[in-house]
Design a protein around this ligand. Structure first.
Ligand code: V47
Ligand code: SF4
Length: 370
């Protein structure tokens, strides 16, 4: 596979490990970030991706609901939230308004609703349990992937319930799985500078571990390309890899490229396209126990997401409609993040991959012609 490529002597033992399917160490991961060329890490990641999924690239049909952009927290990278004090600039939806959004998809073959928003002090555990129940009573077959660990930590603390109790209550109301947001960068050196006041690494990981123990699957993200160093990325992925060794219930790792418009970190430059692809590739190599790696095209841009399919990515999220505002507000080139299924499958076919529509749990719904 790699015989025609000259490999720097320092990286030879790491390449050997990867080809033999042996886990790489943290030091190996850092060395790949420091010394691995785009061509080398890309080919290695592609080798792993093809071993796991062949030429398949997954996507799902989903839509977003964002209950509010009012937030009690003040993450420096966030272009989306409006502090509670300034909430005249924000929106707050009622349960009825959100059920009406679900109704817009009546008769359409969407399989998932992704619910995520700011942390509004008045939207509590009861409100969200009622919301989930109302959605399920209208459409019982839809998979509800809802709320980040940040929202849960606040919701459960306010309701004075344990993580286990809170999650059980929401599962009874209709919760099916948990999205990967709020992870940002776990290492306190960085977390304290970019999102000091919200749930910390242990809290985030504990919520996901408890969810896994209760039978839910979840995803994990990493906000990269700002002030973090390579060792912080590896530290972040190590914590996820360790938890995954214990539970096996993470489905997808989703690197989120930091976008710098209209937030308190606008002075920080954005990562280059080459660095984005190297990150995807090294994540695919390091996270050997994660089944899937997702390129979230509304944040990355659709052409970059298409390119990432040669760097270890096997999932392109969904055909999201324009109800999500987080990314356009942060300066992504995707100002109206909508892709029809035809457009998405076309992007996948153009790079000689096979589009596969999946549900949230990666059951295959339809394999398209190559
Ligand atoms: O946690 C906020 C990120 C996340 C910016 O699980 C930013 O399937 C870049 O987690 N630049 C929320 N990123 C979204 C999220 C997600 C998205 C898609 C799919 C899934 C899934 C999860 O958005 C936040 C934060 O990391 N974010 N601001 C910004 N300026
Ligand atoms: Fe609030 Fe989430 Fe924005 Fe942080 S990233 S300020 S928690 S909406």
């Amino acid at each position: 596979m790699l015989h025609s490529t000259p490999i720097p002597a320092l990286l030879e033992p790491i390449v050997e490990k990867i080809i033999n399917g042996t886990r790489i160490s943290d030091a190996d991961g850092i060395l790949l970030f420091e010394q691995g060329s785009l061509g080398l890490v890309g080919r290695l990641a592609n080798h792993i991706k093809e071993k796991k999924h062949g030429d398949k690239v997954f996507f799902n049909r989903n839509f977003h609901i964002e209950p509010t952009n009012v937030c009690v927290f003040s993450c420096a990278f966030c272009s989306y939230s409006r502090l509670y004090a300034n909430r005249e600039e924000g929106w707050e939806m009622t349960i009825q308004q959100m059920v009406d959004q679900v109704k817009k998809y009546d008769g359409q073959p969407v399989t998932e609703v992704h619910i995520v928003g700011g942390v509004h002090p008045k939207m509590d555990l009861n409100f969200f349990a009622d919301l989930l129940q109302a959605i399920k009573s209208h459409r019982s077959d839809i998979h509800i992937k809802a709320f980040t660990a940040v929202e849960y930590e606040y919701m459960f603390r306010k309701a004075k319930v344990s993580v286990e109790e809170g999650l059980k209550r929401l599962i009874a109301a209709g919760l099916d799985s948990i999205p990967g947001g709020g992870a940002e960068i776990f290492h306190p050196e960085i977390r304290e500078q970019i999102c000091a006041d919200k749930v910390d690494a242990d809290g985030w990981l504990n919520i996901h571990e408890t969810a896994h123990q209760l039978g839910l699957h979840s995803n994990a993200t990493m906000l990269y390309g700002h002030i973090e160093k390579y060792e912080h990325r590896i530290d972040h992925m190590r914590r996820l890899r360790e938890l995954q060794d214990r539970t096996g219930k993470f489905q997808t790792f989703i690197p989120l490229k930091f976008r710098n418009k209209e937030n308190d970190m606008s002075h920080v430059g954005e990562s280059s396209h080459v660095e984005d692809m190297r990150l995807y590739a090294i994540a695919r190599i390091y996270l050997d126990n994660f089944p899937h790696l997702k390129a979230y095209w509304p944040m990355l841009g659709r052409t970059q997401a298409q390119l990432s399919l040669s760097f270890g990515v096997d999932d392109m999220d969904g055909t999201i409609d324009d109800s999500t505002k987080i990314y356009s507000m942060a300066g992504s080139e995707e100002q109206s993040p909508t892709l029809t299924t035809d457009e998405l499958t076309q992007l996948i076919r153009q790079v000689k991959r096979i589009p596969v529509e999946r549900d949230t749990l990666y059951n295959e719904i339809r394999i398209y012609e190559a």
